[in-house]
Design a protein around this ligand. Structure first.
Ligand code: HEC
Length: 250
C-alpha cells in the first residue's frame, strides 16, 4: 500500500509542476519574433511606370560606407504599385549598412544614379526606416532628371537666371530641349539623337575624350557627381538607344 501512496504523490507533484509552468507566461515569450536588423520602408504616390533599359533597375538598396555595390537591394517592379501607391520593404539591414537609397543599379548591383538617400547614423535607433519617394514617375527620364540633371547640370542650365546655350535642363523642360533637337554649338549634331548615342552631342561631351568639345569641360562636371562615370555613361547610352529616331517623328 505504501508504494501506491508514493506513486500517487509523485503523480500529483508532476501535474502541479506542469500546471504552474504553463501559467508563468514564459511560454508566450519564446514565440515572440525578434528581428535582428532594421527594416527600410519606401512609400510614395506613383502615376507613371516604365521599365528601364535592360540591365538597369530602380531599387531600394542598402550600401556600406565605402562601396558602391549594394549590400542588399529590393528591385522595384510595376506590381509594387497598387492604386497609385508604391510600397516596398527591404528588411534585415545589417549593422554595416551606412545608407539606404532609392537608386538606379546595374546587374552587378552597382549604384548608377542615386535618387534619394538616407544616412542611418543620423536617425534614432528604431526598427523601421521610412523613405517617402519624391518621384511620381518611375521612368528613365525621371531618374536622369532627379539623379543627374538636378544634381550636376541645372545650376548653369535653367536652375538660376541662365540657361547656357539656351539649354534648360530643369524638370518639365529637359527632355523636350534635348531629344532630337539640333545643338546650338554644333548645328550638324543633335543634342540627343534618338537611337544613336555616338552621334549625340550629349554623349560626346561626357566621353572621356570630350573635354574640348565645348568651351566648358563637361567631363569634369560628370566626375564630380560621385558615381562610377563609366556605368553612368553606359546607362545614358542605353537610354538614348531606347528613344525613337528623329525621322520617325517628322
Ligand atoms: C558650370 C556651368 C555648367 C554646368 C554645371 C553644365 N553646363 Fe552644359 N554648358 C555650359 C556652357 C557654358 C555651355 C556652352 C558651351 C559652348 O558653347 O562651348 C554648355 C553647353 C552644353 C550643351 C550643348 C548645348 C548646345 O546646344 O550646344 C549640352 C548638351 C550641355 N551643356 C549639357 C550639360 C549637362 C548634361 C550638364 C550636367 C552634367 C551640364 N551641361 C552642366 C555650362 C555648364
Amino acid at each position: 500500500m505504501k508504494h501506491f501512496y508514493f506513486i500517487y504523490l509523485l503523480l500529483l507533484l508532476l501535474v502541479l509542476l506542469v500546471v504552474t509552468s504553463c501559467d508563468s507566461g514564459d511560454v508566450h515569450e519564446v514565440y515572440r519574433f525578434k528581428s535582428t536588423g532594421r527594416t527600410a520602408l519606401l512609400t510614395g504616390s506613383v502615376d507613371e511606370w516604365e521599365e528601364l533599359p535592360e540591365g538597369y533597375n530602380i531599387a531600394l538598396a542598402a550600401f556600406g560606407s565605402t562601396s558602391d555595390y549594394a549590400l542588399g537591394q529590393r528591385i522595384l517592379s510595376a506590381s509594387d504599385v497598387e492604386s497609385g501607391r508604391l510600397r516596398v520593404e527591404l528588411s534585415q539591414l545589417s549593422d554595416t549598412v551606412h545608407t539606404v537609397e532609392l537608386c538606379v543599379t546595374n546587374t552587378l548591383r552597382k549604384k548608377t544614379l542615386s535618387l534619394q538617400r538616407l544616412e542611418l547614423a543620423s536617425l534614432p535607433a528604431q526598427d523601421t526606416v521610412r523613405l517617402e519617394s519624391a518621384l511620381r514617375a518611375l521612368t528613365s527620364a525621371s531618374c536622369l532628371q532627379k539623379g543627374f540633371f538636378d544634381e550636376a547640370c541645372i545650376r548653369c542650365h535653367g536652375g538660376g537666371n541662365q540657361s547656357a546655350r539656351g539649354l534648360n535642363l530643369t524638370e518639365g523642360h529637359s527632355m523636350a530641349m534635348l531629344v532630337n533637337v539640333p545643338a546650338a554649338s554644333h548645328p550638324e549634331l543633335l543634342r540627343v539623337s534618338g537611337g544613336r548615342p555616338e552621334e549625340s552631342l550629349l554623349h560626346q561631351i561626357l566621353a572621356e575624350s570630350g573635354q574640348d568639345v565645348l568651351h566648358i569641360n563637361h567631363v569634369e562636371i560628370l566626375h564630380k557627381l560621385g558615381v562610377d562615370t563609366d556605368v553612368l555613361r553606359t546607362f545614358i547610352d542605353e537610354w538614348i538607344k531606347s528613344l525613337p529616331p528623329k525621322d520617325s517623328n517628322s
